[in-house]
Write a protein that binds this ligand. Structure first.
Ligand code: NAP
Length: 257
């Protein structure tokens, strides 16, 4: 067993994959983002929890060990993204990991979808990822290292009632792959994760009968939990994943659209 492999194995087993790293997670106030923040902290990172809901962000951050920082951030506003990323960099002197998780859905059939439903989802789910990636990439390029993980969705392949959401999430895949190519020379990796059907507020509003139909299509036979997504994020954010970039990884219990 090589020394590098053994040290990687020790880190995986001991829960200190990310010790000494500073991470930022958007939409960390609940759901998948909260699960990601908890996992990254469990692996030793200092986690900045950014959410449009300041109270939720602060509550999650203060419950982490090591204690994180809760900040209010609306990712759909470029100036807010720039300001928050700059202030995190000034405070900690580094930004190693960015997880673009914040997202919303405003589902409707295409012929009934309003302009507002279209623009809101594109603004948060796609422009938000661009604004944050652009801001963080300036710091990571200068540092010569970094990890960006973008949360897309299985719906990027196209899903009835989600013209806005699937367009935004497909955009996240294209943006991630382009960023991975541009940033590779700076040793910054960029990957996208496509969760399937995950048990959060976003999916709890779905009527029981439809939920059951969806679960029946999942080969592993259950909805995913935020921790299922968080485990993959932690790996991609770690030094162990330094040779993985531009990938699009399904975390859906075997289900693909
Ligand atoms: P969620 O439970 O609705 O949580 C989303 C979080 O993002 C909330 O805390 C929300 O704040 C915050 N947020 C919303 N708009 C924001 C903005 N403009 N700026 C910053 N934060 C904002 O959703 P989730 O299920 O955890 O989803 C997380 C990500 O996974 C999303 O990108 C989603 O598209 C993706 N995803 C989810 C599933 C699933 O089955 N759940 C599947 C595939 C992909 P508020 O509390 O104020 O709303």
């Amino acid at each position: 067993m090589t020394l590098a492999f053994r040290s990687g194995l020790v880190a995986l087993l001991s829960g200190d994959l990310l010790t000494g790293k500073v991470a930022m997670v958007t939409g960390a106030g609940r759901g998948i983002g909260e699960g990601i923040a908890r996992k990254l902290a469990q692996e030793g990172a200092i986690v900045v929890c950014a959410d449009v809901n300041q109270t939720d962000a602060s509550n999650v951050a203060s419950s982490l060990s090591p204690t994180g920082l809760g900040v209010r951030l609306d990712v759909s506003t470029a100036s807010e993204c720039d300001a928050v990323v700059t202030s995190v960099h000034e405070r900690y002197g580094r930004l190693d990991i960015l997880v673009n998780n914040a997202g919303i859905n405003r589902d409707a059939m295409l012929h009934k979808m309003t302009d507002d439903q279209w623009h809101q989802v594109i603004a948060v789910d796609l422009s938000g990822v661009f604004f944050m990636t652009r801001a963080a990439s300036r710091i990571m390029r200068a540092a010569g290292s970094g990890r960006i993980v973008n949360i897309s969705s299985a719906s990027w392949m196209g899903n009835i009632g989600q013209a806005n959401y699937s367009a935004a999430k497909a955009g996240v895949v294209g943006l991630s792959r382009t960023a991975s190519k541009e940033l590779a020379r700076s040793q910054v990796t960029v990957n996208a994760i496509c969760p399937g059907f995950i048990d959060t507020v976003m999916t709890r509003g779905i009527p029981d009968a439809i939920r059951e139909q969806q679960v029946a299509k999942i080969p592993l036979g259950r909805m995913g939990q935020p921790s299922d997504v968080a485990a993959v994020v932690a790996f991609l954010a770690s030094d162990e994943a330094g040779y993985v970039t531009g990938e699009v990884i399904n975390v859906g219990g075997g289900y693909v659209l």
